[in-house]
Design a protein around this ligand. Structure first.
Ligand SMILES: N[C@@H](CCC(=O)N[C@@H](CS)C(=O)NCC(=O)O)C(=O)O
Length: 212
């Protein structure tokens, strides 16, 4: 049995969308962030970092959203969520997933928790503003990639990097230049929002459209 420990809209969104694409049964378990359940001893048994999400898959306990996405894609080749190993498409799949999880996502964390990076109010505001500016540049480059390729991030094939980008793009929705404000990204996000598995994942987390 699969279980996804989640909080609405958190880093569980991309794995959740993949679970819906795969279509096998799973259970959603709410982590009560409002009461700091992610910091509890019981939750830290699952993820010692105290971060959401965690996937339980049989006797496997797995944290890190991108690792969960890779695991789900590997275990369900019939869902075609990643290109064939050893191909150029697979290399680009790695490039995008690692860029999203290793470059864009940490900048999001800086944006949302700038008080972890500085002590006084002015410095905290500056950290947040710089993170937002860097994220805008990152979304500009993703816009360029979609402009010269598409319709998906890898081109013709939908893959796990698309839900991952959707999740991160959603997190930019309150920024001065949200991801959706760029023409190609806007059309891409509209297209993904129509995907039944994505709509089901949002519904499962109690999030209504528009998502971004
Ligand atoms: N690299 C981790 C990051 C997970 C993460 O930062 N999750 C956030 C929610 S989106 C969280 O649990 N935050 C709680 C906290 O920072 O205290 C992953 O992708 O799984």
């Amino acid at each position: 049995m699969r279980q996804l420990h989640y909080f609405p809209g958190n880093a569980n969104l991309a794995p959740h969308m993949l679970l819906e694409e795969i279509g096998l049964p799973y259970e959603l378990l709410l982590v009560d962030r409002d009461n700091n359940a992610h910091r509890s001893a019981a939750y830290r048994q699952l993820n010692p970092n105290g971060l959401i999400p965690v996937l339980i898959d049989g006797d496997l306990v797995l944290y890190e959203s991108a690792a969960i996405c890779l695991h789900l894609a590997d275990c369900h080749p019939e869902a075609a969520l990643a290109p064939v190993v050893g191909t150029q498409a697979r290399a680009h799949f790695y490039k995008w997933l690692i860029h999203l999880t290793n470059t864009v996502q940490p900048e999001m964390i800086t944006y949302f928790y700038p008080e972890r990076m500085a002590d006084d109010g002015a410095a905290i505001a500056q950290v947040k503003a710089h993170a937002e500016a860097r994220l805008a540049q990152m979304f500009d480059l993703i816009e360029d990639a979609l402009a010269s390729g598409g319709p998906y991030l890898l081109g013709a094939q939908y893959s796990a990097v698309d839900p991952y980008l959707f999740m991160l793009a959603r997190w930019s929705r309150m920024m001065a230049r949200p991801a959706r404000g760029r023409p190609h990204l806007g059309r891409y996000l509209d297209m993904l929002a129509q995907r039944p598995a994505i709509a089901r994942a949002f519904a499962g987390e109690g999030i209504a459209a528009p998502y971004c």
